[in-house]
Design a protein around this ligand. Structure first.
Ligand code: ACM
Ligand code: ZN
Length: 767
């Protein structure tokens, strides 16, 4: 009886607790990592509930908006509805204020004590970033209470320009998607959206004095969401103003780009008289660089540009305007009487300040720069503007690596770093391109983005001050849907945000990956698609030729437990737990996966293969291409398998019609199969082999063919890794010779038509 009674009291207590609702725990391990976080572990926490008010100065509409943002975020993530309360600070509230004294206008302090939360910014933008930090501290979980540990956070960004570029010219994304893109940026403390509005494949801004621009773009075929280019679509001036205001509320300035004098076919399609040949021209349907560009010798082109920018300055209040300047072939100008007359009139000659045509390009860009400067704006140009002297006050955007940025800073220009090597988010995120949405090429995983340092050490401290900031670019030739935009951005943009915001001394890849799951929950809460390769198991295979064994090290960035199997079966939580490097000295199939929460992550298919040929002496009949030789022939039998990325230095690349590899087992053995792996990437002129043959010998002199495989000519673009197995009756042999015939004449449909293709091989295994 007594026991029963106490049970019922416990049940009652339990009931009361559940009535009180669930409590979640905040954590200040956010992205980007703040400058200083001091958690007061022994102090009492503050608890947010639905009766917690958000206090701000009455009548201050900007601060009221900040309060509303905070309430919305908390509601979205936890279900708790905070009350907005204009008035004096009170105990038990979240108090917003913007009177922090700091050199950095975007700085904020976030203080949590048992009595409440205070977010004080050096400006409303600072308050906004404090709110973002608070919001990112809160788990995505429906609860009645959120417990915030006592803390003092003092934070400010490293760079004033923290950009993300969005190309809406190649594929068009309606204003609602652009607003969602802006929401993504806001979550990552990004304060500039570089909006690439025009290109060969579309003109996306309404220009009332030049209606033909958008009319031509609206006439193209309509297959929204497909890979098809061009696609119709443009923004009215009202829509543009609405997006500008939406961004401004989130402390994001929109930097519009009109790309000139190249990348202008969509404009030429409407106004062919602006091109050197007079056309006709079409809004373009493929990716690439077009020869037809604006005629720089035609006075009408300058009036056209004045009209366009005259309307844009009324729509975009931004201090910075991007006027392009990239990838502008100058061929037409060499042939055009008007362009040549202009160059002669201006006295342009080839000299140390640039070619005659480079000067023509900058003549046009100077014209626009001056027009905008007179209206209080400053221009940005892609790094090609350094081909000749550009407007002194102009900002250089370094995209062809860092060299343009280095050169620009040395010449006294301010610079924004956005090198394609690290910050082009249209590149693949995984070396396994066959399981990714088709992308333009490249390989830029999150960790590569994260480890980018935007201030080149080769610059002097004074030159380094010219680096205003850093940005990632999203070109959309291969991105037809907004879901794919999300996938290409997330979570690379989280890595970007930490380059932009956080002092390098506070950066740490392992820590970043550990903080990422919180962010992923917020992405999921918004329905945003993201890539998760950063959680993959990584394997490092080190051959030990002396011991005839392979050492395999497995790891994850966040030190998640890794389980593996050696028999090819799927790893589960019950499979062997990885604790130390594996030593492989017999044929096995390694598969591994990390355990996180309930599930197992993506399976790592070991980069290791042990066979009768592993570590045996080998000779090649022809040298690989010098750029793809690396460790030479031995690498084809070292047990380390090339990954899906052909540039991983494990694949040997050949540009000869035929080569053979001879393997010596050092004593006779019985063999019955040979595996030859090839890596195909036709976009990089790497084709499948056309024929593989296997011959065996006992004396190394007389070889007998035992297997042959013919492969058809390729009929379309492809990127894959394939293991070709050649089986034969068990044969006694000391030597095996594998002959590979390559594609000697690339097919007509390919840009390299008629020329010798590459063939990439790794590895050759004998069983
Ligand atoms: C560029 O990627 N063409 C700037
Ligand atoms: Zn011309």
């Amino acid at each position: 009886m007594k026991i029963l009674k106490s049970v019922s009291v416990a049940a009652l207590l339990l009931f009361m607790v559940s009535c009180g609702g669930k409590t979640s725990q905040a954590s200040y391990d956010v992205i980007p990592a703040p400058a200083e976080v001091t958690v007061e572990a022994t102090a009492s926490p503050f608890v947010i509930t639905s009766s917690t008010p958000v206090v701000y100065t009455p009548g201050d509409s900007v601060m009221e908006r900040q309060a509303r943002f905070l309430a919305e975020y908390v509601q979205e993530q936890s279900g708790i509805e905070l009350k907005l309360q204009p008035g004096e600070p009170v105990k038990g509230a979240v108090v917003l204020s913007a009177d922090l004294v700091s050199d950095n206008s975007e700085a904020y302090e976030l203080d949590v004590t048992a009595d409440g939360v205070s977010i004080n910014g050096a400006s409303p933008a600072g308050v906004f970033y404090g709110i973002q930090t608070l919001r990112k501290s809160i788990p995505v979980e429906d609860v009645a209470k959120i417990e915030l540990p006592a803390v003092k956070i003092s934070d400010a960004p490293r760079f004033g320009y923290r950009g993300a570029h969005f190309d809406v010219a190649r594929h068009f994304f309606p204003a609602d998607s652009v607003k969602e893109f802006i929401d993504m940026l806001a979550l990552h403390n990004i304060n500039r959206m570089h909006w690439h509005l025009t290109d060969d494949q579309g003109w996306r801004v309404e220009i009332k004095s030049r209606p033909g621009l958008t009319e031509a773009t609206m006439k193209v075929p309509n297959e929204p969401g497909s890979m098809q280019m061009p696609v119709p679509g443009f923004y009215t001036q009202d829509e543009l103003r609405d997006v500008v205001a939406y961004a401004a509320e989130r402390h994001i300035e929109i930097v519009p780009e009109i790309d000139l004098p190249g990348h202008m076919l969509a404009a030429l399609a409407a106004y062919p008289e602006l091109g050197c040949t007079g056309g006709p021209y079409e809004v373009w349907g493929s990716a690439g660089v077009m020869t037809d560009v604006l005629c720089v010798g035609n006075e009408e082109t300058y009036r056209f540009l004045d009209d366009v920018f005259g309307e844009l300055v009324e729509i975009f209040p931004s201090a910075l305007f991007h006027i392009g300047g990239d990838e502008c072939p100058r061929d037409r100008w060499k042939e055009c009487a008007k362009c040549q007359a202009m160059a002669t009139k201006l006295g342009f000659k080839n000299d140390s300040h640039g070619t005659r045509e480079a000067k023509l390009q900058n003549h046009m860009m100077h014209h626009v720069a001056k027009y905008l400067e007179e209206r209080g704006r400053r221009v940005i140009g892609w790094d090609e503007v350094l081909d000749s002297d550009f407007a002194e006050n102009a900002v250089v955007m370094s995209w062809r690596g860092e060299q343009g940025g280095i050169e620009g800073a040395r010449r006294g220009h301010d610079v924004i770093m956005t090198p394609s090597t690290h910050l082009y988010f249209d590149f693949y995120q995984s070396p396994d391109q066959s399981s990714e949405p088709k992308a333009i090429g490249g390989y830029t995983p999150v960790e590569k983005v994260y480890n980018y340092e935007p201030v080149p050490a080769v610059l002097t401290p004074d030159e380094q001050k010219h680096i205003l900031g850093v940005q990632a670019n999203l070109w959309t030739e291969y991105i037809p849907s907004f879901k794919q935009v999300q996938y290409m951005e997330l979570p690379r943009i989280a890595a970007l945000s930490e380059i932009q915001w956080t002092d390098p001394s506070k950066k740490n890849l392992e820590g970043f990956v550990g903080r990422l799951p919180r962010m992923l929950d917020i992405y999921t809460d918004h329905g945003w698609r993201y890539a998760d390769h950063v959680f993959n198991v990584h394997g490092t295979v080190t051959p030990d030729k002396e011991a005839r064994a392979l050492k395999v090290e497995l790891s994850t960035y966040d030190d998640a437990p890794v389980h593996y199997t050696l028999d090819g079966t799927e790893p589960t939580r019950e499979s062997a737990l990885y604790t130390e490097p594996l030593v492989i000295n017999e044929p096995i199939t390694l598969r591994a996966a990390a355990e996180r929460g309930e599930g197992m992550g993506r399976i790592y298919e070991g980069g290791v293969q042990f066979s009768k040929s592993t570590f045996r002496p080998v000779t090649l009949s022809a040298a690989p291409h010098p750029r793809y030789t690396f460790g030479g022939a031995e690498q084809l039998v070292d047990g380390c398998l090339g990954s899906h990325g052909y540039t991983d230095e494990l694949w040997l690349g050949f540009t000869v019609p035929e080569f053979d590899l001879t393997i010596d087992f050092e004593e006779p053995d019985t063999i019955s199969a040979v595996d030859v792996r090839t890596n195909v990437s036709t976009g990089s002129w790497i084709f499948e082999a056309r024929k593989i043959e296997v011959a065996t010998s006992l004396d190394g002199k007389t070889f007998t063919n035992v297997a042959s495989l013919e492969l058809p000519a390729m009929t379309e673009d492809a990127a894959y890794v394939k293991e070709h197995r050649l089986s034969f009756d068990p044969t006694e042999a000391r030597y095996v010779r594998v002959t590979v015939d390559s594609e000697t004449s690339m097919p007509e449909w390919h840009a390299g038509s008629g020329r010798q293709a590459f063939v990439f091989v790794d590895e050759v295994s004998v069983y």
